[in-house]
Ligand binder design. Structure first.
Ligand SMILES: [Cu+2]
Length: 399
């Protein structure tokens, strides 16, 4: 008896679990709370469609239940008699053909008009940024002077944008198909090699918007996250000015040692703009074997410390605190925009050391030999503890 009742309750329990899972308090990747005009345009389509679908659901299911209960077989029914045979009800049949057709036509018209609204050309004052999918992280290149070349800023992981301004993204990929999606700002757009797909986003206010790659792209697809950081116009200008500066030579002893290790071990892949040769500090560093340079296929590290995350936004570059904002260092009570130089004291050394010690152990990757074009990810370079200390001292100067 109990078993039977439990069995009957099981589907109900399943439905409750499904329903309750939609109630998460902290759901940064929800599509249902738009934080910009493009996402709102989508919400303005989703909401009425869901409403109509909900009404249809209740009416159809309610009708089916009503009929099933009202006309179910009763004890005093004559079970041998055939039910009365009726042909279709003409009016009903016409009705339930035409009404859904009208509903679908209205939804279709709304959908097409939404698609047109979303594919409008960017406005004149838009900020142009190229988004490149990589295995397995996102590269962002900014075209600040609007000359069609995305060459003023090269960064990774964090997409920093000014609030209230339209951002015209050009989405592409260097290797396989990825898909860029920050649900609070707009729908998703595939990143296809040799294609440039436009997508505009705009954030109403300052804040952080989380997303992730949504097209299976290989081993670390799940570790290919997106973080859009919307800041005030002033803060953006400060950030952009800083990003365009080349790296300065380190002066502190440990950092100078790290610079040497970096020049020897890391430059077959990573670039640091303005990097000088540690053995001739006024000369530009000559990157090894330019033909096989993997620059562009790995994150540019010139301003590593200005980021809040690393390795596809998988790890925080700042010590975690309850402010949940990588740009604010609670321990020191300082903000990224005010004192970027001090932020390295908030560095999340634990994860950065672990990364340098064994990158493929921290994030699934398929690294080959350093110069191999088939290499995907960062190999274990078997660095010693001393080298890692020096390297972190050097990386800390890359602000
Ligand atoms: Cu991807």
């Amino acid at each position: 008896m109990l078993g039977g009742r439990l069995r009957r309750l099981a589907p109900l329990a399943g439905a409750v679990v499904l329903l309750a899972s939609g109630c998460a308090k902290k759901a940064p990747q929800t599509t249902l709370s738009p934080k910009g005009p493009e996402a709102r345009t989508i919400a303005n389509l989703i909401n009425p469609v869901f409403l109509v679908a909900g009404v249809v659901f209740v009416l159809v299911l309610g009708g089916a239940l009503f009929v099933a209960i009202k006309f179910r077989a009763r004890d005093d029914d004559d079970f041998d008699a055939f039910p009365a045979q009726v042909h279709g009800n003409f009016k009903l049949e016409i009705g339930w053909t035409i009404v859904p057709a009208i509903i679908l036509a209205v939804i279709g018209a709304l959908t097409v008009s939404t698609i047109f609204t979303l594919s409008k050309k960017p406005v004149a004052g838009a900020l142009h940024v190229q988004v490149t999918g990589q295995q397995w992280w996102w590269e962002y290149r900014y075209d600040l002077n609007n000359d069609g070349k995305f060459d003023e800023i090269v960064t990774a992981n964090d997409l920093v944008i000014p609030e209230g301004r339209q951002i015209a993204l050009t989405i592409t990929s260097r290797d396989v198909i990825h898909s860029w999606w920050a649900p609070a700002l707009n729908g998703k757009k595939d990143a296809v090699p040799n294609h440039r797909s436009p997508l505009t986003i705009q954030a109403d206010h300052t804040g952080e918007f989380i997303g992730q790659c949504t097209e299976y792209c290989g081993l670390s697809h799940a570790q290919m996250r997106i973080k859009v950081i919307s800041v005030s116009a002033d803060e953006f200008t400060k950030w952009a000015d800083n990003q365009q500066k080349p790296a300065a030579n380190p002066t502190e002893q440990a950092a100078v040692e790290g610079w040497k290790v970096f020049a020897g071990q890391c430059t077959s892949c990573h670039r640091v703009n303005g990097l000088k040769d540690p053995s001739a500090p006024t000369k530009d560093f000559a990157y090894p074997n330019v033909v096989n340079q993997r620059a562009g296929v790995v994150p540019n590290l010139t301003h590593l410390m200005s980021r809040t995350t690393f390795a596809g936004a998988t790890f925080d570059l700042r010590k975690s605190d309850d402010s949940a904002d990588g740009r604010y260092c609670k321990a020191l009570g300082i903000h990224w925009a005010d004192k970027p130089a001090d932020l390295t004291r908030c560095l999340n050394r634990v994860d950065l050391e672990a990364w340098l010690l064994d990158p493929p152990g921290r994030k699934p990757m398929a690294p080959g030999p350093a110069m191999s074009p088939a290499s995907r990810g960062m190999p274990n370079l078997h660095l010693t503890g001393q080298q890692i200390d020096y390297l972190i001292a050097y990386l800390s100067t890359l602000k």
